[in-house]
Structure formats: structure tokens, C-alpha cells
Design a protein around this ligand. Sequence first.
Ligand SMILES: *Cc1c(COP(=O)(O)O)cnc(C)c1O
Length: 354
Amino acid sequence: MHNFNAGPSILPREVLQEASQALVNFNNSGLSILEIGHRTPLFEDVLNEAVALVKELMQLDAEHEVLFLHGGASTQFMQAPINLLNDNETAAYIDNGVWGSKAIKEAKLFGNVDVVASSKDKNHTYIPKDFIVNPASKYLHITTNNTVEGTQWHRFPETDVPVVADMSSDILSCSLDFNRYALIYAGAQKNMGMAGVNLVVINKSILGKVNRKIPTILDYQNHIANGSMLNTPPVFAIYVSLLTLRWIKKMGGVQEIEKLNEAKAKLFYDTLDSLPVFKGTVAKEDRSLMNAVFVMEDPALERAFLDQCKKENLYGVKGHRIVGGFRVSMYNALPIESVKVMTDVMKEFCLQYA
Ligand SMILES: *Cc1c(COP(=O)(O)O)cnc(C)c1O
């Protein structure tokens, strides 16, 4: 199988093998990882190593704390403003796609939202570049990779206010100066594990400035004080993240992963642009290295192409229901061989139908 799923998505084979072993007998303890207490050295080692690996792979400074929290990235849509924004204050948001729009909706429950730029005029097929963030804004929120529409920020936004980023679908896929971000969050199920856990990286100096009452379980400061163990953490999901982080390190870290991702994306987009039957939907300079979104010049052929993909064991190619067409997700764990098979099938299809 060649797995191009957008999320939950492909994991390295060895991660799946080790994770399944841990379900039966974790670290030769004779117990399943599902059966051990979270406040045991067995699990504390897992959490500590996962946090240390995130710090190492992202080269975080001492100001930045690493949390593993429950809930998907959707939980962070509200948890971020609850912790960072007072009712009478304003946060700047970029309306850049489905996920960013949802983040805006939640933030409005806790303060004022200034949508400083939107790509809605062109169905979110580009990244807005000319926008001005009011310096009085508490933070600027962006979605670094738009999973549904297939666009990605290729540089840090121009602003002096703290930047909050939803990196769910491109976390640890390219080398960035992660310390420039005040808050990064990512649901693990696209690039660093399975569903059920969020990675949250937070510059602690931005916390403690709101005056609302924050429920205990939603307060980042409580999670920091308790080392992600305020309550029972998602033990197995954190373990799968640990295995994925170890795999990223073994591959040579984020720099090397980035090179592989660039090679995969180049192969894919070069092929796409060379075939008249297919058409990319987003502005070329904003194309996502993670999710390639495209359609057909003749929509009547789309069914036939999907059938062809199915026959060749290319899985998860159908586009998001909002955008239609196709989406080929090329996350960290997808080998370039899968992209090669995909592009060969596309070329073959063109010969048949063009
Ligand atoms: C998948 C995704 C989400 C939603 O994640 P959940 O874990 O389902 O809440 C949010 N933002 C982005 C960019 C995503 O790709």
C-alpha cells in the first residue's frame, strides 16, 4: 500500500512494529503499555525522553516549554485564546483556510479578533503576503500548512507581535527557527504520531497575563507546573510520538527530513506541471510540501483516475470534500518510492487519456 492519507496518516513501519510490541509487553516489563500507571518510572521515562527529543529536534531555548496535551488541535483553537487573550483585547488572525477559520470562530468567544488578511477571495489558494498587524494585538495566529487547501507558509510572517502557529500538518517537516514562535501547537496524527495527543510548545513569558478565571485543565501554566501530568496523559499516543521522534532523529533530524520532503515535493509537482490532464489548484510559490492539491482539466475523468489509483494500491488520494479533485499527502513517513509510483501512474493515465 502507498498511503497518501491526509490524517490520520502514514507512520514509519518500524514505529508501528515497536508500538504493537509495546501493546503486548512493554520494555520487557511483562505488562502492556496500556496497563501501566502513568506515574511509574516506566512511563515517566517515555514522557521525559519525548520532551527531550522535541527540545533537541526543534533546538528550543530555555524559555520554551514542551507539553503533550489531550485533545486534537481543535482544542487548542480555544485553549490558546483562553490563556492569552482578555475579553477586551484583540488578537490578529489570518483567515487562510478551513482550519484557520475554525480557530477564528473559537477565539471570538474569548476576545476581539482582527482578521488582518484573508485568502477567501480565491478559495484559499494562496498565502496572503501584504498585511499589517496592529502592534497592539496580543498575538498573530497563522496556520503554517493548510492541510485541506494545500498551501504552506514558506517564511515567517512579518510582525513584531508574538506569533501563534497551528503546525498540525507540517510539524517537524522543515527546519524553522522554532524559538521565534510564542506558541506552537500540533495534533500528532499527521506528522508525529497518532490521534489523541497535541504537541504544544510555548514561550512561558507570554503566560499569566490574562485576568479571566481559567479552568484548571485548560491553564497552560498548570500543565507546565505538572510536567504534562496534571491528569492521566494519553499514554499510548505519547509513546507513539516518542517512537516517531526517535525515528526522525535516526533519519538525521529535521534538516535531513526536510531534504527528503523537498525531493518528494519536487518530483510530484514537476510531474504535475508536465501533464496537461492535471491542474494544480494553488499559487505555485505557496504550494505545500505536505499536501498537494490538484484537479483535472476534464472533471469527467476524475472517477477513472481514482479507480486507477485504487488498482495500483495508491490509498487516500481523493480530495477533501470541500475542495474536490485530489490530494496527495507526503508527510515525513511517506517514502519517495511511493511518490515515484504515484507519478508513474499519473503519467500512464495521461498517455491513456490525453
Ligand atoms: C487536522 C488539523 C486540525 C484538526 O486536528 P484535530 O486533531 O482533528 O482537532 C487542525 N489544524 C490543522 C492544520 C490540521 O491539519
